[in-house]
Design a protein around this ligand. Structure first.
Ligand SMILES: Nc1ncnc2c1ncn2[C@@H]1O[C@H](COP(=O)(O)OP(=O)(O)OP(=O)(O)O)[C@@H](O)[C@H]1O
Ligand SMILES: [Mg+2]
Length: 257
């Protein structure tokens, strides 16, 4: 589903690559969790996958289509198949739950049509179904600014679902939530992806959490992949390879769980 070859990204005015020579194959329906300390390149890698940022070299293929080296129009088309979830929810606070989720249908419609609010009945039905799936049916016409953090992330998940994506990239989707909500949201995301056969790639900070939710763990350090295996094969040595010999690494495993 996702094939990454020799991917590099260097930000302007930086001397070090943020991601270095990444080679990675992710199969359809896989549930991959990326871990690594702050600055290790998790977000950069996720953003290169859907070309929110341009890779400096290398390629990313989504379902055998090269998103990293094609026209913007084509990239937009490929991106319609990839949902993205962020730590800070990225929803429109002044809009209702329904409108936020309906916006997920944008990529399926002509731009001019959507400017004039001409979504089809099918778009409306899909949006409503997605809102129900994340348990927000009774908040359908509520403004999202009145919702709690957990509910806002549910709106973001519903919006991504309404895109009917094959891949979901979630960049620290639960970092702004308390431990109980973290679990609720991760359960929801994982169950939805299993149910619909969606490939899920999530970056997470807490180790125990990553082991619980991922069926494959990718450990990053200084822009490189230093671990790629099943959670049960993650040893203490691997953890030191990922987080370094800091006395604090155990915090990643302890917090919240
Ligand atoms: N917009 C930017 N401009 C310049 N450098 C950046 C930019 N974004 C990230 N970086 C640098 O790229 C490297 C990787 O950052 P990235 O945000 O991918 O790490 P991360 O693993 O997601 O960290 P965190 O866990 O804190 O979210 C870091 O050295 C960071 O300083
Ligand atoms: Mg990040």
């Amino acid at each position: 589903m996702i094939k990454i070859k020799k991917l590099n990204h260097i930000y302007k005015n930086r001397t070090e690559n943020a991601v270095k020579n990444i080679n990675l194959h992710i199969k359809k329906g896989e549930n991959v969790v990326i871990i690594g300390s702050s600055g290790s390149g998790k977000s950069t890698l996720l953003k290169c996958i859907n070309r929110l940022i341009e890779s400096t070299s290398g390629s990313v293929l989504i379902d055998n289509q090269n998103i990293s080296n094609c026209h913007q129009k084509k990239a937009e088309k490929i991106r319609a198949n990839i949902g993205m979830i962020f730590q800070n929810f990225n929803i429109l606070e002044r809009e209702t739950v329904f409108h936020n989720v309906l916006n997920g249908r944008l990529s399926y419609n002509n731009h001019w049509k959507t400017i004039f609010g001409k979504f089809s009945k099918e778009d409306h039905d899909i949006a409503k179904e997605c809102i129900s799936r994340v348990g927000l049916h009774e908040y359908m016409y509520e403004h999202t600014m009145n919702l709690s953090g957990g509910q806002k992330q549910r709106v973001a998940i519903a919006r991504v679902l309404s895109q009917q994506p094959s891949v979901i990239l979630a960049d620290e989707p639960v970092s702004n939530l308390d431990p109980k909500l973290m679990k609720e949201i991760m359960d929801l995301l994982k169950n939805i992806c299993v149910e619909k056969g969606i490939t899920l790639v999530t970056s997470l900070h807490f180790l125990n959490f990553a082991k619980k939710y991922g069926s494959r763990i990718i450990g990053m350090r200084d822009g490189k992949i230093v671990f790629d295996d099943k959670p049960e094969n993650l040893t203490e040595k691997d953890i030191v390879d990922i987080y370094g010999k800091t006395k604090d690494w155990y915090l990643y495993g302890k917090a919240g769980f």
